[in-house]
Design a protein. Structure first.
Length: 332
């Protein structure tokens, strides 16, 4: 009988990361049937390292982005459940056991838990996403002490930093959208899970540690361009007709503030190029996509932004959110 869980680790030039990540996946109290490292065209020795560590490697040949690597791994896996784990993540030894037990108890199709910062385990990297009207998500709890962890009381968007999900559910939801490449592809996927009303469970005691931006680097030109583009792709793929009158002010405010952050970090040109990349495909995306139901999306935005304020306080402690709510106004 096949093992219930296979761990899928997408990898691109992660030789400096795989030892800890693969080791944590193999040394679970509930061992996975297999650890599958999906190599996305690496030019370092990470594929050979993964094999020496005890993982199986699925070599893709050329770099096509995180979304394609995850899809390839899930389709290749032969198990009821897959654990999708970033290569810069270290799982607690009981992560699989706690996640799977919680999913079964809640009759859920996916399970995620809090992610702490690798270099400071007492601080949250975040455990799930909350999406603003601006199409700028916030990883809930990022930068806050672990002791302040808030279990989501309303809708929440699971992160693929470390997520256990039933393999067939992942496939039925349409896989990750490879147009996103890397960054925010998990937000797009989570929005589709929401629309399909797929039940999930947040597991506070299933913890993992995350290095964060270990592949491309925080505020690198490449990462900034991809994030800038993919924020607009979220609008194109999910916002209903007439979104400008409902959300235009918030989108403009959030995107300009994010651009200001890019300018501050010296990557404003990458931010602009990302927007141009998205606008070139805007009409095609609007033509082929089915937007979310307007009323439900509005209700979710209200819940997500209230949750951001619950975390951040009033006024928000983070300057981005403080200025965002000043400029965009508040819902509800």
């Amino acid at each position: 009988m096949p093992a219930p869980v296979i761990v899928v680790i997408p990898n691109f030039n992660g030789a400096h990361l795989l030892g800890e990540c693969v080791g944590s996946a193999l040394n679970q109290t509930l061992p996975p049937g297999e650890v599958l490292v999906v190599d996305d065209g690496s030019t370092d020795d990470s594929p050979q390292l993964a094999v020496s560590l005890g993982a199986r490697v699925l070599a893709l040949g050329r770099n096509r982005g995180f979304a394609h690597a995850v899809n390839a791994g899930v389709l290749d896996a032969r198990a009821e459940w897959v654990a999708i784990v970033n290569s810069d993540v270290t799982l607690a030894t009981d992560w699989i056991a706690r996640s799977l037990a919680a999913a079964h108890a809640a009759h859920a199709e996916y399970a995620g838990g809090p992610i702490t910062r690798h270099d400071n385990p007492g601080v949250l990297d975040g455990g799930y996403d909350l999406l603003s009207r601006a199409a700028c998500p916030w990883r809930a709890g990022s930068g806050f002490p672990v002791a302040t962890l808030q279990v989501p009381q309303g809708p929440w968007l699971p992160s693929l930093t470390a997520l256990l999900i039933r393999r067939q559910t992942f496939i039925d939801a349409g896989l990750l959208d490879e147009a996103f490449g890397s960054y925010l592809e998990d937000v797009d996927f989570a929005l589709r899970l929401q629309r399909r009303e797929v039940p999930g469970v947040f597991v506070p005691d299933a913890r993992a540690a995350h290095r964060g931006s270990a592949t491309f680097g925080a505020w690198s030109a490449r990462a900034t361009r991809l994030q800038s583009r993919n924020q607009v792709l979220l609008v194109a793929r999910h916002y209903p007709d007439g979104w400008v009158s409902e959300y235009g002010r918030a989108v403009f405010a959030g995107q300009m503030l994010w651009g200001a952050l890019a300018l501050r970090h010296g990557v404003a040109s990458a931010w602009l190029l990302g927007k141009l990349d998205a606008l070139r495909s805007w009409r095609r995306l609007r033509r082929i996509c089915t937007p979310a139901e307007a009323g439900r999306l509005a209700a979710n935005f209200t819940a997500w932004e209230r949750a951001i304020l619950d975390w951040q306080g009033d006024p928000p402690r983070d300057a981005f959110w403080r200025w965002y709510f000043r400029l965009a106004g508040r819902q509800g």
